[in-house]
Design a binder for this molecule. Structure first.
Ligand code: SF4
Ligand code: SF4
Length: 409
C-alpha cells in the first residue's frame, strides 16, 4: 500500500545517509586500477518464450545508432550478440539503415526486432507501409519481432486494425512474432491487458533493480513503500506463465554521466551488476542496452551469463540508487499525472532530460523532446506550486522541467 509521506521521508534520509540504515556503502576513492572485466563476449543464450528464438542474454539496443557506426554492430556480432533491436523512429531512421548495412549477408545468423508507434486510430495500411519501409532499411524480407512501440495507453491496444495488419503481414511472411514495448506510465496495465488478450509473443519492458520491490527488502525489512512499479513483477509473472518472451530495457536506470568508477573495485562494474540483477529474475529472459562504443560492448558483455549478485554488486547498486534517487524519474511511473494544470507531460520531459544529463546525448534528447506533445514551456512562467509535492519520489519537478525546456528546445 502506498504511503507517500513515509516514502518521501525515507528517500530524503536515504539521500543523506547512504540509502538506509543497515547498508554499508563502499567509500568513494580513486578510480579502481583494475580494468573492467570484459568477459570475452556472450556466455549465455536464452530461449525467448514462445518465439523459440535462442538469443544472447545481453543484446544490442540501437536507439542512439548513427550513420557510419556499422562497426559497432559488427563488433557486437563478433562478440556473440545475435539479437538486434531497433525502431523506425530511432535516430530519424538511421538506426535501421545502419543495422541493415552492417548485417546484410548475415541475416540467417541474427534475429531482428523493430518497432512502430501504432495509435488507437492508425490504419492497417499505414502500419503495413511502416513495416515495409523498415524492411527496406533493414535489407531483409522479414523481421523476427515487430513491436508496437512505447505503449502507455490500453486504447492503443484495442485498435482492431493492429490485428488485421498482423494477420496480413504474417501471411505475407513479413513478420514472425509481435509484441509491445513500454517505458512510460501504465506499463503494468498495458502488459496485463496484452497478455490477457493473448496479443503478444514478446514484451520489451523498462525495468531495473531500482524499480524492483525486492531490491529494497534488504534495507527496509517488511516495508516496501519505497519501490516503484509494484504491479510490474506480477504482470511479468503472468506473461512468463503464458510463455511470452520478456526482454528488459533501461536496465542501468540512467547512468553514464553518473560516474561510478570511484566505487568500482576489482574489475567489477556497476553496469555488470545491474545486468546480473535483472537477468537473475526468473521472469526476464534477456536484456538490451544501447551500445555506443566497442569498449562499452566489451564491458556490458562482462555481465553475460552472470546470474548471481554478490555483495560487491549489491554495494554498487545501492551506491548508485543513493546517488540518483532524488533526480531519477522512474520509468513507467505516472504518480504525478494530472498534477500540472497546464498538462505538461512531466515523465516524458524528465525522460528526455535523462538522455541529455545522464547519457550525455543531446542530439537524441532534443529529438525525443521535440516529439512531446505537451512539453515544459509552461514551466518557464509557472511558480511551480501545483507540482511541488506531486512526485512520490521527492523529485523537484519544477526545478528540473523548466531548465529541461531551455536545454532541449
Ligand atoms: S512547474 Fe508548473 S507548468 Fe511546470 S510541471 Fe509544474 S505545475 Fe506544470
Ligand atoms: S516525477 Fe516522480 S511521480 Fe512523476 S513520473 Fe517521475 S518519478 Fe513518478
Amino acid at each position: 500500500m502506498k504511503n507517500p509521506m513515509k516514502r518521501r521521508t525515507f528517500l530524503r534520509l536515504g539521500a543523506m545517509t547512504g540509502l538506509a540504515s543497515g547498508l554499508t556503502l563502499q567509500t568513494a576513492g580513486a578510480a579502481s586500477d583494475a580494468a573492467p572485466a570484459t568477459g570475452q563476449g556472450v556466455k549465455r543464450y536464452v530461449t525467448l518464450g514462445r518465439t523459440g528464438m535462442k538469443i544472447s542474454d545481453i543484446s544490442f539496443g540501437s536507439s542512439r545508432l548513427r550513420n557510419g557506426e556499422e562497426r559497432l554492430v559488427r563488433h557486437a556480432l563478433d562478440m556473440g550478440v545475435n539479437y538486434f533491436d531497433t525502431a523506425e523512429s530511432y535516430t530519424d531512421g538511421m538506426s535501421e539503415s545502419v543495422i541493415g548495412n552492417a548485417l546484410k549477408g548475415d541475416r540467417s545468423r541474427v534475429f531482428l526486432a523493430t518497432k512502430m508507434s501504432a495509435g488507437s486510430d492508425t490504419s492497417a495500411d499505414a502500419m503495413m507501409a511502416t513495416l515495409e519501409n523498415s524492411l527496406r532499411k533493414l535489407q531483409t524480407d522479414y523481421v523476427d519481432i515487430f513491436f508496437n512501440h512505447a505503449v502507455n495507453d490500453i486504447g492503443r491496444l484495442k485498435n482492431p486494425e493492429w490485428h488485421e495488419f498482423v494477420n496480413r503481414a504474417k501471411a505475407q511472411g513479413k513478420l514472425r512474432f509481435t509484441g509491445i514495448s513500454g517505458h512510460a506510465g501504465h506499463l503494468a496495465e498495458c502488459v496485463e491487458y496484452a497478455v490477457e488478450h493473448d496479443m503478444v509473443d514478446a514484451l520489451l519492458v523498462a525495468t531495473n533493480f531500482g524499480e524492483d520491490p525486492s531490491f529494497y527488502e534488504r534495507f527496509t525489512g517488511s516495508f516496501d513503500f519505497v519501490a516503484n512499479q509494484q504491479a510490474l513483477p506480477g504482470a511479468l509473472e503472468k506473461a512468463h506463465a503464458k510463455n511470452v518472451g520478456i526482454v528488459a530495457m533501461k536496465v542501468l536506470r540512467g547512468a553514464k554521466l553518473n560516474d561510478m568508477r570511484p566505487y568500482e573495485q576489482g574489475g567489477a562494474t556497476y553496469a555488470q551488476a545491474a545486468f546480473k540483477w535483472i537477468l537473475r529474475n526468473p521472469n526476464v529472459d534477456a536484456a538490451i542496452i544501447s551500445m555506443t562504443s566497442t569498449d562499452q560492448i566489451n564491458e556490458y558483455l562482462g555481465g553475460s551469463g552472470g546470474l548471481a549478485v554478490n555483495d560487491t554488486d549489491m554495494a554498487l547498486l545501492a551506491q548508485y540508487a543513493a546517488m540518483t534517487n532524488m533526480s531519477y524519474c522512474r520509468h513507467a511511473c505516472s504518480d504525478c499525472e494530472g498534477s500540472c494544470p497546464y498538462g505538461v507531460s512531466i515523465a516524458d520531459v524528465l525522460r528526455t532530460r535523462m538522455y541529455a544529463t545522464d547519457y550525455g546525448d543531446f542530439a537524441f534528447a532534443r529529438s525525443e523532446y521535440a516529439q512531446i506533445d505537451h512539453n515544459a514551456s509552461p514551466c518557464l512562467s509557472c511558480d511551480g506550486k501545483p507540482c511541488q509535492d506531486a512526485c512520490t519520489h521527492s523529485i523537484p519537478i519544477a526545478q528540473l522541467c523548466g531548465p529541461t525546456h531551455q536545454l532541449l528546445s
